[in-house]
Design a binder for this molecule. Structure first.
Ligand code: FES
Length: 136
């Protein structure tokens, strides 16, 4: 079983502290794999934004490896899936904070900030993302 990082964050309202969000995902919820997209539709060194369980997820293929991270930047909501790559990080298109694709940790921006990253698998030609079945 792979490790799933879940940042307890709510898309939307900030509470006054940059990067802090209200809880969204119950870490005790059972998780399931959800179909994200056809593997062949994601070119190497590119990203696509998909919606899973109502949440936008950026699916990235970097040097042949596939990653899934929350699409919304914890700074002020830039779409990470519209960003670029720097090494093994994604660069937010708005203010260039960067987040490691493996851990979700900010590599440029506020130290200690992060985005959620999700376990992925490729099966039957599809990219699947492991995501909590319930967000309550
Ligand atoms: S929204 Fe500002 S760095 Fe992403």
């Amino acid at each position: 079983m792979g490790l799933v990082f879940v940042f307890l964050g709510e898309l939307g309202a900030l509470d006054g502290e940059i990067g802090f969000r209200e809880p969204l995902v119950n870490p005790d919820s059972p998780s399931s794999f959800y179909e994200a997209l056809d593997e062949t539709s994601l070119a190497d060194n590119s990203m696509e934004i998909v919606k899973i369980q109502g949440r936008k997820i950026a699916i990235a293929k970097r040097y042949g490896k596939i990653y899934a991270i929350d699409n919304e930047c914890p700074h002020v909501g830039g779409a990470l899936g519209w960003g670029t790559f720097y090494g093994n990080s994604v660069v937010c298109p708005l203010h260039q904070w960067t987040f490691d694709l493996t851990t979700g940790k900010a590599t440029k921006g506020i130290s200690g900030d992060r985005v959620a990253v999700y376990e992925v698998k490729v099966e039957n030609g599809k990219i699947w993302v492991k995501f909590p079945a319930s967000q309550t």
